[in-house]
Design a protein around this ligand. Sequence first.
Ligand code: BTN
Length: 323
Amino acid sequence: MLKYEVLKYLENSDGFLSGSKISSFLGVSRNAVWKAVKQLEDEGYCFEKSTRLGYKLIGETSELSQYGIRKYLSGDFVREVEVLDEVSSTNTYLMERGSKGEKEGLLVVAKRQTGGKGRRGRHFHSPEGGLYFSLLLRPKKDYEGTSYLTVMTAVSVMDAIREILHLPVGIKWVNDIYLDGKKCAGILTEATVDFETGGVAYAVVGVGINLNAKIESFPKEIRDIACAISGENTYDCKNRLVATVVNKLVENLAYFNYDKGAIIEKYRKGSVLIGKRVNVIREEGGQIARVSGITDEGHLLVVYDDGREEELYFGEVSLCLKD
Ligand code: BTN
């Protein structure tokens, strides 16, 4: 594509390169070069422009962009990156693409979601400013359904936020990321079963990170339990944060074959629940318990006040921190 050929020249140039030089190198009109530069800007590239000197590629933009994300992605697992201004839900979007045969490795990032989804049919508040993205996978092995995908994603999100934003976030079983006792990010894994093999045909892992939002703008019912990460570099870090979560997830997926135990150990170490009192909420009502651990399968172990122990499975209960 012409725009990428133009980009190659600008990337390899130390300073400004004039439109007429590029047009004669490529044998196209100056207008075609101008259009290509415009398209690159829409993808997130930044140029300094001078009528006399031409174009110069400059540093990165804080805007979410294909280019900005690609720059930080390692390996070739991610085949394609799509950045959307608005979508109902990046998970729903990718589940639809998956149903049409899309190959794994498509990463979709949205600047806002109008119907962001959380676990157990909840809504995930997704205003402009936050990060909402999903990755399409076609797992070749069994991750106990998809439970371990959620575990690996939680560890990846925690590690990426710690590394890039230097914040002491932790994991609240099973799929929430917590900062100072409040939820700042959530993970939703969805999958479709292949009825012939009984395995997962394709899965979508979705991550939502609350960034740069005022808590007053959150729906009333979550204001006490949610928070948004803010601070100087939260505006500029978005592309890097998405890519780092994805890089870590891809690494964890590969590592899973060798040492599943090490991944669970990270999940356990990152847990904000161990030793804490929680309300174990089921349809019939809640019951107070103390969290005693997390099993090698990622299940939560709790001890009720009457001394009874229980192993809680994914998706079975919801938990509310008591202290
Ligand atoms: C939860 O809070 O239970 C999980 C929230 C997951 C939200 C992310 S945002 C990107 C992706 N698209 C969605 O609709 N949901 C996930």
